[in-house]
Design a protein around this ligand. Structure first.
Ligand SMILES: CC(C)[C@H](C(=O)O)[C@@H](O)C(=O)O
Ligand code: SF4
Length: 772
């Protein structure tokens, strides 16, 4: 374990980072130990396949926790028997079944659909006490940033990195910059942490936190509950940050205490002593600081297709005429057109069709309580076609039912669903129809996110609930709550929550093992393991040396990974064949007869349909979701390099793992030199070794672009970084030995959860993860 550098003042992020360094590479990249790895069905199949192909195993099942969330229907599970009979959509079913196969094959702690503890990964981790202060937490999901609310360093990773963590329990990382957002003062009544984070993103923009870990600090943050803090860190990814963090405090410790996977007995005291050291020192250096007055924030909603399109509810739909920059103006025109909005319409005059209360941002018990208080005694407005409440986990659902919230919602005309991601991105059947407008408590309003041509407006649970009742966007501060004694009761009782958690552990341990997907027998698994272990180890990646091609020009900013590869293509369990889905919504449309036909999108036009390079003038290419399907789709289409002023952090990382070279070039150089060449259909040449970009006549356009040494080395030589890390296994062993002593309270992890495997040799009732 590298000794923490204590000689100079450090930030919270610096401290957690330092405590996880396994090894610093000669090129300056860090091998970081990962304490907690959450896994779901969408981003893991290809990672497990990679392990199997290389004969590798999961290094720390006890640091791993698996659940299903994205693909599962949210219908009642009263008649649930198995995935095979419950999930109708074949590709969703295959993804969940594949996860169950992998859980069996690698003996991993798992909350399946029959387990009351199943839910959205980012709700389940904290709820179980798996997420702890000062830990490194990762998941193949961009909203892993949620867990930073506990003072954890938590970030989303791509599938190649999921595989890396499964195999090595480490990740190769570079150090991010430190950014602090200070929110002083008090939030006004009716203003929630969701308004706060939407306001922040409105101020700093979706690229505002690029390259940084943001620490949220100040009185307004300290005053928030832990669940409210989670909503803030959750959306730090929408601000472009690698992660969001909040200093852990007494409220944090109180929240964690007694949760099933939290440290117990003497380990608890040891943990708290360490957690109390996790704060930014007084004179610690922040590369960037933004100060916001809490009093300036009023209930906020979004109007466009980027979370930065946030406005106070008292505002009006923007007018393109007010924007001088042509890229921004065109973006506003396109967003208004997509969203079906007229400039200068007061936001409060906009009617909606559907309301969604759920997602990893706002589906916890406090969110549901707050929304229930709004709807109590009312009925949803006549124009509302559907209003859904989707609790974040089975246990949140039980808790809400114990408090009577479900009755309040159903009496008002809401549907009360089972836990999952649901209409946040509609990988399950919960979607909007084309042109439907939704008031949503989720975190992304990208085009097509909630269904093809869907229109999403982000807001807090109380604002969404009030919209459902009034029928159009409403300022919650003007809303008349019905608090009278004649109203249905909400029985808030926090004691019940810990009882429910305890009870769930007890019940689930006693239950007969749920029937997991059974297509592979245990004997077959054993045979497979032997074969795989005898197989060759070490995968490799396509080399990148010199690339010459025409380049396809694009001008948009904030091209998100939902646009690069929409959700319907995420249901594959393979890495290949995704080229067909690349920029699907922009590349294809339906003609009058309903036939799908190509549009005049740049990649459909010769010679760009054969371009190997993309040149993008707008900032923040690849922002949003962690889906590695985005670089897979680009690669499958034939693209090998993207040149842009800036990139989404996770997309940038994921590209390198797939032999794709993202190059950051100043916007002015792109606009003045590279873009004109692309438009003129001239070839350009990228030389990775020289770090140069040249024009078709050999003229040097970019003399020296930046790329980190380690990444360059891997790309030039086509090296698989899992193989490289495994050569350093003695350092990982040494770190783990020291961790056992210094951070003994992290041992155990998810190890006490019974792995639901029927008929294994170990026990007829399953095995606990630590036995393996
Ligand atoms: C499926 C997953 C890769 C994705 C993410 O990383 O965010 C999803 O959770 C989302 O919200 O778009
Ligand atoms: S953002 Fe939505 S889809 Fe992604 S993990 Fe959260 S709830 Fe699931």
């Amino acid at each position: 374990m590298t000794v923490a550098k204590t000689s100079h003042p450090r930030t919270l992020y610096d401290k957690v980072f330092d405590d996880h360094i396994v090894k610093i590479d000669d090129s300056g990249s860090y091998l970081l130990y990962i304490d907690r790895h959450l896994v779901h069905e969408v981003t893991s199949p290809q990672a497990f396949e990679g392990l199997r192909n290389a004969g590798r195993s999961v290094r720390r099942p006890d640091c791993t926790l698996v659940t299903v969330d994205h693909n599962i229907p949210t219908d009642s599970r009263k008649s649930f028997k198995s995935i095979a009979t419950f999930i109708d959509q074949p590709d969703s079913r295959l993804q969940v079944e594949t996860l169950e196969e992998n859980v069996k094959r690698f003996r991993l702690p798992y909350f399946g659909m029959a387990d009351s503890r199943q839910g959205i990964v980012h709700v389940v981790g904290p709820e179980q006490g798996f997420t702890l202060p000062g830990t490194t937490v990762v998941c193949g999901d961009s909203h892993t940033s949620t867990h930073g609310a506990f003072g954890a360093l938590a970030f989303g990773i791509g599938t190649s990195e999921v595989e890396h963590v499964l195999a090595t329990q480490t990740l190769i990382q570079t150090k991010s910059k430190n950014m602090r957002i200070l929110i002083d003062g008090d939030l006004a009544p009716g203003v929630t942490s969701k308004d706060l984070v939407l306001h922040v993103i409105g101020v700093i923009g979706t690229a505002g936190g690029t390259g940084c870990v943001i620490e949220f600090a100040g009185k307004a943050i300290r005053d928030l509950s832990i669940e409210a803090r989670m909503s803030i860190c959750n959306m730090s990814i929408e601000a472009g940050a690698r992660a969001g963090m909040i200093q852990p405090d007494e409220k944090t410790f109180e929240y964690i205490k007694g949760r099933p996977l939290a440290p117990k007995g003497a380990e608890w005291g040891k943990a708290v002593s360490y957690w109390k050291t996790l704060y930014s020192d007084d004179s610690a250096h922040f590369d960037r600081q933004v100060v916001i007055k809490a009093e300036d924030i009023i209930p906020t909603i979004t109007w466009g297709n980027s979370p930065q399109d946030a406005l106070p509810i008292t505002g009006k739909v923007p007018d393109p005429e007010d924007f001088a920059d042509p890229i921004v103006r065109d973006g506003v025109i396109a967003a208004l057109d997509y969203m079906g909005l007229k400039p200068n319409t007061p936001l409060k005059d906009i009617y909606v069709d559907k309301v969604f209360i759920g997602s990893c941002t706002n589906s916890r018990i406090e969110d549901l309580r707050a929304a229930a208080r709004v709807v109590r005694g009312y009925r949803v407005a006549k124009n509302i076609k559907r209003a859904l409440v989707v609790p974040g986990s089975g246990l949140v659902k039980k808790q809400a039912e114990a408090e009577g919230l479900d009755k309040i919602f159903t009496a008002a005309g809401f549907e009360w669903r089972e836990a999952g991601c649901s209409m946040c991105l509609g990988m399950n059947p919960d979607i909007l129809s084309p042109y439907e407008r939704c008031a949503s408590t989720s975190n992304r309003n990208f085009r097509g996110r909630q269904g093809a041509l869907s229109r999403t407006h982000l807001m807090s649970p109380v604002m969404a609930a009030a919209t459902a009742i009034i029928g159009h966007f409403t300022d919650i501060r003007d809303f008349k709550y019905k608090e009278g004694v004649d109203q249905p009761k909400i029985n808030i009782d926090d004691v019940k929550e810990s009882k429910l958690l305890e009870q769930a552990v007890h019940d689930e341990e006693k239950k007969p093992i749920a029937a997991l997907t059974e297509s592979t027998s245990d004997a077959e698994i054993e045979e497979e393991i032997e074969k795989e272990q005898a197989a060759d180890t070490g995968a490799s990646m396509e080399k990148f040396t010199v690339l010459t091609s025409v380049a396809a020009p694009m001008t948009k900013a904030n091209i998100d990974t939902d646009a690069i590869i929409p959700k319907q293509f995420l249901k594959t369990i393979k890495r290949t064949g995704l080229g067909e889905g690349l920029f699907y919504e922009a590349r294809f449309k339906k003609d009058e007869s309903g036939k799908v036909v190509p549009t005049d999108f740049i990649l459909n036009v010769e010679p760009y349909s054969h371009a190997k390079i993309l040149i993008v003038t707008g900032n923040n290419f690849g922002c949003g979701s962690s889906r590695e399907h985005a670089p897979w789709a680009l690669k499958d289409f034939g693209i090998r390099s993207i040149i842009a002023p800036s990139f989404g952090d996770i997309f940038y990382n994921n590209s390198f793992k797939n032999g794709l070279l993202p190059i950051r070039v100043p916007q002015a150089v792109i606009k003045e030199k590279l873009y004109p060449l692309a438009v003129a259909k001239k070839e350009i040449t990228i030389n990775l070794d020289k770090q140069q970009i040249c024009g078709s006549d050999g003229e040097v356009i970019v003399d020296h672009f930046d790329i980190e040494g380690f990444r360059k080395h891997c790309l030039l030589n086509g090296l698989d970084d899992i193989g490289i890390t495994l050569q350093k296994v003695k350092y990982i062993d040494a770190y783990e030995q020291k961790r056992k002593v210094q951070f003994s309270f992290l041992e155990g992890g998810s190890g006490s959860i019974i792995v639901p495997i029927k008929g294994t040799k170990k026990s007829a009732f399953g095995v606990t993860a630590h036995e393996w």
